[in-house]
Design a protein around this ligand. Structure first.
Ligand SMILES: *[C@@H]1O[C@H](CO)[C@@H](O)[C@H](O)[C@H]1NC(C)=O
Ligand SMILES: *[C@@H]1O[C@H](CO)[C@@H](O)[C@H](O)[C@H]1NC(C)=O
Ligand SMILES: *[C@@H]1O[C@H](CO)[C@@H](O)[C@H](O)[C@H]1NC(C)=O
Length: 294
């Protein structure tokens, strides 16, 4: 996590250079978002979600109005989705090489970019994260319902930016703590859509979560066995980890969040931190079933 935070600081520094005047000289044209800016979530206060959108490079042989839009939400809570953009799934990645103790940053095209055949939208969520604006600290969401309410407004505002977005299937994806955001906004959309005229609905087709922290109380209890049966830890380490897991779960039950986090992360061997269980959950709303869990 520390290195992610450091990388993020670097990315933010880079992104500041990306603002209008100097963009041409800092980043290649292909690395610039097709659109970026702010999606207001509260017109009274001015709070707004920052977005960066990269159109599909090859909308395949489907026409653009049928090309899916994939929304990416970073975890944290409080990590900017620019982490995903510049280090994971965006069209260009920041790489760092150290030569004679000097770090050199460069951009390289990402062959695995998610905007090869889909439009890719990064949202800095919730407000207060990354470039998103929280006009007052009180407005920063304290629960998943508030997160979903803001995301719903922001996604609708985004769709309204371009008439061709309206018909496009929407997939909402994310990792880590977005294991909470993704199902929250998915559920919110399913509840809200039937109350709206068809023209105002969000055309949700599916959800995907990588390494989601969706229900820590359940998930934390699996860490020791998961690592043990993968052969990553020995019997003694398994016993240590189980002790910490029980402690973390007790602290979660007592709503003692910061100590629960410490118990989950501060394994003496740092094992829990390095090898949390890897998972992928994909929900397709088209076939109305869970397509894949691993
Ligand atoms: C907008 O801000 C006002 C004032 O803080 C608050 O009462 C209202 O609930 C907010 N609306 C949304 C959608 O968050
Ligand atoms: C897309 O084009 C390829 C190659 O021309 C073709 O094999 C494939 O069936 C097409 N797919 C669709 C969905 O039309
Ligand atoms: C949280 O847990 C820690 C460690 O067990 C304990 O020292 C602390 O008093 C607890 N805090 C609260 C508010 O219960």
């Amino acid at each position: 996590m520390e290195s992610t935070v450091l990388q993020l600081v670097i990315v933010l520094a880079l992104f500041h250079h990306l603002q209008p005047q100097s963009s041409a000289s800092t980043l290649p044209k292909e690395a610039l978002p097709t659109k970026s800016g702010y999606l207001p979530v509260n017109s009274t206060t001015g709070s707004a979600i920052f977005y960066a959108f990269y159109e599909a490079q090859n909308p395949s042989n489907t026409s653009l109005p049928q090309t899916p839009l994939v929304i990416w939400l970073q975890g944290g809570p409080g990590c900017s989705s620019m982490t995903g953009n510049f280090y994971e799934l965006g069209p260009w990645r920041v790489t760092a090489t150290v030569k004679q103790n000097v770090e050199h940053l460069a951009l390289e095209p990402n062959p695995g970019s998610w905007n090869r055949i889909f439009g890719l939208l990064f949202l800095d969520n919730p407000i207060g994260t990354g470039f998103s604006i929280a006009s007052t600290p009180e407005e920063i969401p304290r629960d998943q319902h508030a997160v979903a309410r803001h995301l719903f407004i922001a996604i609708r505002k985004f769709i309204a930016l371009d008439p061709s977005f309206k018909s496009r299937p929407i997939y909402i994806t994310g990792e880590s703590y977005a294991g909470k955001y993704v199902p929250s906004i998915g559920y919110y959309i399913l509840k809200k859509n039937p109350l709206l005229p068809v023209s105002k609905r969000i055309n949700l087709y599916g959800l995907a979560i990588g390494n989601g922290l969706t229900d820590p109380e359940t998930q934390v209890a699996t860490h020791a066995l998961f690592n043990y049966y993968l052969g990553l830890i020995n019997e003694k380490q398994k016993t240590q980890m189980e002790k910490l897991q029980i402690e973390a779960i007790e602290l979660i039950k007592a709503s003692n969040w910061s100590h629960a986090t410490d118990a989950k992360n501060d394994n003496p061997d740092e094992i829990a931190r390095i090898f949390p269980p890897v998972s992928l959950i994909i929900v397709s709303l088209i076939s109305c079933k869970l397509v894949c869990t691993a």
